[in-house]
Design a protein around this ligand. Structure first.
Ligand code: NAD
Length: 356
């Protein structure tokens, strides 16, 4: 593949395993970024890309992100990610066949890399993948198929909102605070329920407006039209839909004091963290605040089945942020820098331990 050499030259990861599925015309990439802290673990993304190199680039970028995510939450895993760059949307037996063949590639790494659900793959897909490989996270541990990470991720976001409120107001209590959730999906909906139960005012915006209205009225909250998502005053804005929504256009419009949500890559560019900081908006770094699902699935993968132990470990996201926010305040900088330092320190300690 033409662009692959250039991509690898520009990347600081360990390497990329590549395969081609002749039956479906799918390029398969497993990007192995860093194994300092443990076996490399990260989700499996399945989608069409303009060119195979774009799929490889995505896998490499996301694997690097996983290294920092695991390190920031002090979890004994390294960063990896897989991408199935399909030529067109696949259904039924064609898709299942691809997953089984990808499972064989996964199995051939003997646990050096394990995967789970990501964009374009479902818990049902993981069940199929697990027919060919034992290195599928969250599968078969609840006794029936693959678990849903959304509620654990929501629990982690809830912990992140508590820590953010503590840093901003001195109290972690969400009661009486308004939280605007963008995206009422697998994460947004359970998050809305937790917040409502704890006495927060819940505002919900979703491109599926009937969905937002239904959940809002059920929880005594308010549905917000999509066009007013960024301008509606609230204490906390929780992006739980798509990435890159914090950008030069939206940040000046924001009428919140805190941003803490599950969406991956919320900042359009690194400079957007500084824009939020200049506006006095506290930003909870996405890869820390959205790690709940990864933590729970990681624990299941390591053999944990106690629900309470998993919930407790996810709740530690609050402690991690409790260390990052005050330091950011003292240094007068965006919390993204502290999160990065926490991750880099963990990687440095890991390297020292391994003498590499
Ligand atoms: P989902 O697909 O279940 O839900 C997303 C919701 O957002 C849908 O209801 C969709 O209609 C809505 N939406 C899409 N674009 C929107 C927009 N522009 N404005 C308002 N609403 C919009 O996804 P999810 O699993 O809930 O994940 C949400 C985000 O969190 C994603 O960015 C995902 O990558 C990230 N994330 C999820 C998990 C997890 O455990 N599911 C873990 C880590 C990160």
């Amino acid at each position: 593949m033409n662009g692959m050499r250039e991509l690898l030259k520009e990347w600081n990861g360990l390497g990329v395993v590549q395969g081609y599925d002749h039956e479906t015309g799918t390029w398969m990439f497993i990007a192995l970024h860093d194994a300092t802290l443990g076996p490399m673990v990260g989700g499996c993304r399945m989608k069409p890309y303009p060119a195979p190199e774009d799929g490889a680039r995505d896998a490499m970028r996301l694997a690097q992100g996983m290294t920092y995510k695991w390190a920031a939450i002090d979890f004994p895993f390294g960063g990896g990610k897989s991408v199935l760059a399909i030529p067109r949307p696949l259904e039924g037996e064609e898709k299942r066949g691809l997953l089984r063949r990808f499972g064989r590639l996964l199995e051939s790494l003997h646990g050096g890399y394990a995967t789970g659900v990501d964009l374009g793959t479902t818990p049902e897909d993981m069940d199929v993948l697990a027919e060919a490989s034992q290195y599928v996270m969250g599968h078969g541990l609840s006794g029936s198929g693959t678990a849903d990470p959304g509620p654990y991720t929501a629990l982690g976001v809830y912990a992140g909102i508590r820590s953010s409120l503590k840093a901003a107001d001195g109290s972690a209590d969400v009661a009486g605070k308004s939280v605007l959730i963008q995206g009422a999906g697998d994460v947004g909906e359970p998050l809305a329920r937790m917040l409502a139960e704890a006495g927060a005012e819940v505002l919900i915006s979703d491109i599926a407006e009937p969905l937002a209205s239904r959940i809002a009225s059920e929880l005594g909250g308010r549905a917000i039209p999509v066009s007013e998502t960024y301008t509606t005053p609230c204490d906390v804005f929780a992006p739980c839909a798509v990435g890159a929504i914090l950008n030069r256009e939206t940040i000046p419009q924001l009428a919140c004091r805190i941003v803490a949500g599950s969406a991956n890559n919320q900042l359009d560019g690194a400079e957007d963290a500084e824009l939020l900081h200049e506006r006095g908006i506290l930003y909870a770094p996405d890869y820390v605040v959205n790690a709940g699902g990864a933590i729970a699935f990681g624990m299941m993968h390591l053999g944990e089945s106690n629900e309470e132990a998993m919930r407790e470990r996810v709740g530690e996201i609050e402690n991690t942020l409790d260390r990052i926010f005050p330091e950011a305040g003292q240094r007068g900088e965006s919390p993204v820098h502290g999160a990065r330092r926490v991750a880099e320190d963990a990687l440095r300690r890991g390297r020292e331990k391994a003498h590499v």
